[in-house]
Design a protein around this ligand. Sequence first.
Ligand code: ATP
Length: 339
Amino acid sequence: MTTTDTTTPAAEAPPRGGEIVCEDVVRIFSADGIEVQALQGLNLHVAAGDLVAIVGASGSGKSTLLTILSGLDTPTAGKASVAGTDLLTMRGRARVNYQRHTVGFVWQQTSRNLLPYLTALENVCLPMSLAGTASVPHAEHLLRLLGVEHCRDRKPTEMSGGEQQRVAIAVAVANSPKVLLADEPTGELDEATSVEVLETMRAVNAELGVTVLIVTHDPTVSEHVRRTVQIRDGRTSTEVLRRRETDEHGQEQHIAEEFAVLDKVGRMQLPHDFVDALELKQRVRLALEPDHVGVWRDTTDDPKPTDQGEAAPSGASNDGSDDANRAEPSERPEPEGTR
Ligand SMILES: Nc1ncnc2c1ncn2[C@@H]1O[C@H](COP(=O)(O)OP(=O)(O)OP(=O)(O)O)[C@@H](O)[C@H]1O
């Protein structure tokens, strides 16, 4: 990952609010009398037209989030809406309409996305027929856009895994949803085919303007999206925003900046590698500077060197003043907001 400093990170950030809004979303599962908090106050805002990857360790809550956004499950608490539809109060007919028109899905298992006894064209026409808007020319247009027009009259068993996933994307966007949700869409594919499928997702995002959210374990997915959101223990923890810039030599640079997610009351999680690198534990020292917040390891209880080079008693300062523990600006580490 190429990283570089930048003076205007906020200028590139997507606007707050928008197509997908999750605020303090909680999902508790009860099984055999044991409660599992899969989502523990998750916050996520995705703007209309954005292309976002959600990454995280196994069990961090990615699939739970996607199942809620797809309308197949309801949060225990919090606020969640997609394209203005409130996912907590949605019932019956509204839920069917939501799944048919507002969101489209692509699942990991290629076999789950397509009906095996229908051709690619028939698979794409099916959701339109259910909505009463079947159009062969529109289905053909989508197959062409996704580069699988040659599969028009083939059944899934006559297509490669990558072709099946690209047809699945055409099926998912057949009813012009506002949001396309994909759960590990490259999970069963080799690297080269994964890249093709991800590029297809980009094309759908760019050409049709559909907002795309991809849940994945695959770290290479991050290189194909503008924004990667990390979920940790049921909460969004950090984000990486990517963009391309041309430097003064005319060379294109890929810029990746890491951000921490700040909730409404100001809580944030520091990335694991920051915590490990500075051996941060239990408590950190903070300082508000004009344009950033400084975070330092708590050295209050460290032995202090004396003039003779011996350790002073814990907590004692060199000159007896409280300021002795504060590093002078020249001694301070660089701000950690960018890497
Ligand atoms: N229906 C359920 N009943 C009980 N616990 C559940 C249920 N679904 C998920 N969980 C638990 O919730 C937590 C989050 O699960 P989730 O499937 O969302 O994680 P994930 O990040 O998608 O993991 P993976 O990458 O392995 O699919 C896990 O501890 C899981 O065991």
